[in-house]
Design a protein around this ligand. Structure first.
Ligand SMILES: *Cc1c(COP(=O)(O)O)cnc(C)c1O
Length: 482
């Protein structure tokens, strides 16, 4: 373990890297931030990056790259077929995951498109620990349905459970027995479950899922997009894996999977994706779709430079000192917010810190999008851009009624190795201030509501003129400060 104990003062996560390329940031004054938020229709997706100080919208495609990755990108072999770069990536996949067949794609959802087209048919059921937005969309598009069979603890916002991403084995068996194994397209496990706060599953749990799959002859698919965080948590929290290396844990997980896919926008800190397996039959079933949707088999829509970066990125992911930075910063941020009484999802997961808007702004009804309002308010008072994960991200039902979300979260993603601890402290400070002034925040209403994926492009306005009151209070407390 690289955890360094401090002799004086608090223990803080210590960066095991140094910064050698930087990008200048802007922090516009609060009056401009209010203007920018208004122009963006109170939707953080529509902000321009030039108006954003800390971009905590996502961890996708925005993780910092290493010097080795940058150097490798200069050595790329640009050829349509038979590229040496592809062979390097294919070999690295086999070295790490022990899978000999590799299919390249342009990003994670492209893998989901191909897997769903190959294995999901009308009436198919796909059991999973939790869904991801694009995963579900592709399964549904092919006529299938998603069944989430998580432990009860998964939706418990304040919990001490170390593995909230575990699958409930009894419910899985029950689902298969009730519907018949022939209805199940495959069983899907998602590492670092994205939508419930980056929560991991345990190797122990995966072994039990494997047993069920063997019993019923089902294929086990691993979504490894957020595997890096999950590996760190297994090493930290799972007794049986304490003495295993990250490589050994990865191999154990890979050996339990029939098929692994990942978004290299997250895993490997570059941009791309891929699918791997040892089963020739399922490989052949997917292969034709790669050339149809992605590109030739030796690039799959990726640039050779990105493939070089992924090869190195995957190798570096096997270093505990690399994968612990994200979760340790998130844990630090979560603890600091808890100390100030701010309601956050616990235990701290991977991916980001999640604020519980249902409690933070409990006075705003769900029909007025509390998490959306909180994300907008946070940007106005800090320049920090987070993402709404609540009712705004849901779709209305056929009758046009709101589908109220089970959780109202503001996700503050922690792109890996991007922010410094002082920046995290700044975000904590402004969130804590906002919490003390939470009564000033009110709701949002749509002025332009798209029918599909409304959270991406929808424009809203405020139900009262609460943003100006927030700005006035900010000036009162902070004076001329940005
Ligand atoms: C991001 C993500 C995806 C989709 O990957 P993209 O590269 O954004 O298409 C799929 N599954 C999980 C768990 C993810 O986090």
């Amino acid at each position: 373990m690289s955890k360094v104990k401090f002799y004086y003062g608090d223990s803080v996560p210590l960066e095991m890297h140094k910064v050698r390329i930087v990008q200048k940031l802007n922090l516009p004054p609060i009056e401009r931030r209010l203007e920018a938020m208004t122009e963006a229709g109170f939707n953080t997706f529509l902000l321009k990056n030039r108006d954003v100080f800390m971009d905590m919208l996502t961890d996708s495609g925005v993780n910092a790259m290493s010097d080795r990755q940058q150097a490798a990108m200069l050595e790329a072999d640009d050829s349509y077929a038979g590229s040496e770069t592809y062979t390097k990536l294919e070999n690295k996949i086999e070295e790490i995951f022990g899978k000999k067949y590799f299919l390249p794609t342009h990003q994670g959802r492209a893998c989901e498109n191909i897997i769903s087209q190959a294995f999901v048919t009308k009436g198919s059921i796909v059991p999973m620990n939790y869904h991801f937005t694009t995963t579900k969309a592709h399964i549904v598009l092919n006529g299938g349905t998603v069944e989430e069979i998580f432990e009860d603890e998964a939706l418990n916002i304040t919990s001490k459970h170390p593995f909230k991403g575990n699958m409930n084995i009894a419910k899985l068996k029950d689902l298969i027995e009730t519907n018949g194994a022939e209805k199940i397209a495959f069983v899907r496990l998602e590492a670092g479950t994205n939508l419930i706060g980056g929560q991991p599953f345990a190797v122990e749990n995966m072994k039990e899922v494997r047993k069920v799959c063997d019993e019923y002859g089902l294929m086990l698919v691993l979504d490894a997009s957020l595997l890096a965080d999950n590996l760190y948590f297994i090493k930290e929290r799972e007794e049986n894996c304490k003495d295993m290396s990250i490589r050994e844990i990865t191999r154990e997980i890979a050996d339990l999977s029939d098929l692994i896919y990942f978004s290299a926008r997250k895993l490997g800190c570059a941009r791309g994706g891929g699918i791997c397996t040892n089963n020739e039959e399922i490989y052949l079933k997917m292969r034709e779709y790669i050339t149809l949707y992605e590109g030739f088999l030796t690039y799959g829509g990726m640039s050779v430079r990105e493939m070089e970066a992924i090869t190195i990125g995957l190798d570096e992911t096997m270093d505990e000192n690399m994968i612990n930075q994200g979760p340790q910063f998130i844990s630090y941020m979560t603890d600091q917010l808890l100390n100030r009484g701010v309601p956050v999802v616990t235990p701290a997961g991977g991916l980001g810190c999640h604020i519980n808007a249902m409690e933070f702004v409990g006075h705003i009804p769900q029909s007025e999008y509390p998490a959306g309002a909180l994300a907008a308010a946070l940007y106005i008072v800090s320049g920090v851009r987070g993402m709404e994960r609540g009712t705004l991200s849901e779709q209305r039902d056929e009758d046009g009624n709101e589908t109220l979300s089970q959780m109202e979260l503001v996700r503050l993603a922690m792109p890996r190795r991007v922010f410094t601890l002082s920046q995290v402290k700044y975000a904590v400070d402004r969130i804590a201030w906002l919490y003390e002034n939470r009564h000033l925040i009110s709701g949002l209403k749509f002025i332009d509501e798209p029918n599909v994926l409304r959270f991406f492009f929808g424009k809203l306005s405020t139900t009262t003129d609460w943003p100006s009151q927030l700005v006035a209070k900010f000036r009162e407390d902070f004076g001329e400060s940005l």
